[in-house]
Write a protein that binds this ligand. Structure first.
Ligand code: HEM
Length: 523
């Protein structure tokens, strides 16, 4: 029996071994098939896109200590090492910098609602009605309505109506320069005083404040405006480290609150005076204040605005239009001083289009094609806002295949795009003719070509574009047509810039005017 059993055992063992092998083979096949099926058929779990590359900073402060003073240049330099999109941490804030046309398009055209938000600094939040103006408010119904009111109701049909007010100020500027014929003058100061007067005149100057009273009003406004620009432009520890905001270590919030009250009182008194003029049926010329007061009385919810919105919009137009215009007029003149042959062509065009016995009028402007190219080339090399107004991502998304988390501050580096040798021939050369070529003659300021974005692009493109174009060309053409300008003997032309909310010339442009027009009554 035992023998039988032991005799059977090896055979059974062999057989059972075979069975085990078979079982093993079947099991492996099933597991392999299952694994294959699982990996290939089941819906794939999304693998998160990586973060963009970027420089490492220090704990707590991030890259802040390495930024230096010229943010636009530092950001351009970093793009050479890290590519067209990179990240860096500034204090508590995650920031990204984008500097190529395809990525700019992806951001402000394809994903415009995500990047249509802003993250205003505390100073702007305090000064601009809680950040509920146009420039600082986030994308949403309030911003959409305010922007529509500005673009359609205020600037839409009324720009031509306010031409008389612009003309009055430009004529005044020409007279003032004429009084200084032959002596060196600070061209930026002339441009600033004229821009300030022009913007305030079209905003508030249609009423009865005239003469000495107006001069005093402008002088006061100038002081407050200067402080406002300092407060908005100053890096604030409270913005970079929100946990410290309650201590207001630099006193910026406190000063902004005080200034906000001053502006409020200032605008209140201008509004009150206008309402009194209305009551007394005085003859008031159509300025933006009048248009906005009429909208304040509208019943229609789509266009009516509150008094707070009215004041915020007046400040937006003021801030948007003054420093930017001044800076661009000064840069253009500096470039013309550097390039005599370009200057001669501008004068030749003015001679043909306007003539020596006339002053420049706004209807001449569309015919000044060469001057237009000069301004575009100046904007290319010296965009007034080289990083635009920073955007803020409202939700997480990807750009260029990289993750951009919700709440990231995004800078679009227009300065780098405008000077990119892959996009522009000899990009550092000042050559207005490039805007008269077939390829580039279609470049305009609307932001539709992502290679050229001096006024931004997408939904948040500059809301005052039409006014800006008119003011800039009119002022520049008038100052050029009325005078020859030259550098003082031994004067050196400096073209370096200084970073700020608006990137200005580092050193003032000092030039000497001489009259060009034969008819002295034109001055
Ligand atoms: C040379 C003149 C000017 C330049 C270079 C300029 C440039 C710019 C730029 C780059 C932006 C940001 C765009 C973006 O984020 O994509 C902007 C926004 C804005 N600008 Fe201008 N600007 C000028 C004149 C004006 C004028 C005259 C006004 C007044 C009506 C104005 C009102 C605004 C407003 C309200 C915004 C905010 C738009 C928004 O966030 O929706 N700007 N500007």
């Amino acid at each position: 029996m035992l023998n039988t059993v032991t005799g059977l055992w090896p055979r059974w063992w062999d057989a059972s071994n075979e069975r085990q092998k078979l079982f093993l083979i079947i099991a492996i096949t099933i597991i392999t098939m299952f694994w294959f099926f699982w990996n290939n058929i089941k819906p794939k779990k999304a693998v998160a896109a990586p973060f963009p590359p970027g420089p490492h900073g220090l704990p707590l402060v991030g890259y802040l200590p390495f930024l230096g003073n010229d943010l636009h240049k530092k950001f351009t330099e970093l793009a050479r090492s890290y590519g067209p999109i990179y990240k860096l941490r500034l204090g508590n804030k995650l920031c990204m910098v984008v500097s190529s046309p395809p990525l700019a398009k992806e951001m402000v055209r394809d994903k415009d609602t995500i990047f249509g938000h802003r993250d205003p600094p505390i100073s702007a939040r305090v000064l601009f009605n809680g950040g509920n103006d146009i420039a600082w408010s986030s994308y949403g119904p309030q911003w959409r309505k305010m922007r529509k009111v500005l673009v359609r109701e205020v600037l839409g049909n009324n720009l031509d109506a306010s031409y008389a007010l612009r003309k009055q100020e430009v004529k005044k500027a020409i007279r003032e320069v004429y009084d200084k014929i032959g002596s060196p003058i600070d061209f930026g100061e002339v441009a600033y005083v004229t821009s300030l007067n022009t913007v305030l005149r079209i905003l508030l100057g249609g009423g009865t404040i005239q003469g000495e009273k107006w001069t005093h009003f402008v002088a006061q406004f100038r002081c407050h405006a200067a402080e406002m620009m300092v407060l908005i432009g100053k890096p604030n520890v409270s913005d970079l480290f929100p946990v410290l905001a309650r201590y207001d270590l630099q006193g910026i919030e406190r000063r902004s609150k005080r200034l906000a009250v001053t502006f409020d009182q200032f605008l209140d008194s201008a509004i009150e005076q206008r309402l009194n003029e209305e009551k007394a049926h005085m003859d008031v010329r159509e300025d933006f204040l009048q248009i906005l007061l009429d909208l304040n009385k509208h019943e229609d919810a789509a266009t009516s605005i509150t008094m707070d919105q009215l004041k915020a919009m007046l400040l937006d137009i003021f801030v948007g239009g003054t420093d930017t215009t001044t800076t661009m007029v000064e840069w253009t003149m500096a470039r013309l001083m550097q390039h005599q042959e370009v200057r001669q062509k501008v004068y030749q065009e003015l001679q043909e289009v306007v003539g020596a016995n006339n002053i420049v009028e706004e209807f001449h402007l569309p015919k000044l094609r060469y001057l237009d190219a000069v301004m575009k080339e100046t904007f290319r090399l010296h965009p007034a806002l080289p990083l635009l107004v920073p955007r803020f991502s409202g939700q997480s998304c990807t750009v260029g295949g990289y993750t951009v988390p919700k709440g990231t501050t995004v800078f679009l580096n227009v300065y780098a795009i405008h000077r990119d040798p892959n996009l522009w021939d000899n990009p550092l050369e000042f050559r207005p003719e490039r805007f008269l070529n077939d390829e580039t003659s279609t470049f305009d300021y609307s932001g539709n070509n992502f290679q050229y974005l001096p006024f931004g692009s997408g939904r948040r493109v500059c809301a005052g574009l039409r006014l800006a174009e008119k003011m800039l060309m009119y002022l520049q053409a008038s100052l050029l047509h009325s005078f020859e300008w030259k550098l003082p003997v031994g004067g050196v032309l400096e073209l370096s810039d200084k970073y700020g909310i608006v990137v200005k010339k580092k050193k003032p442009l000092i030039v000497i005017p001489t009259p060009r027009l034969c008819n002295l009554e034109l001055y």
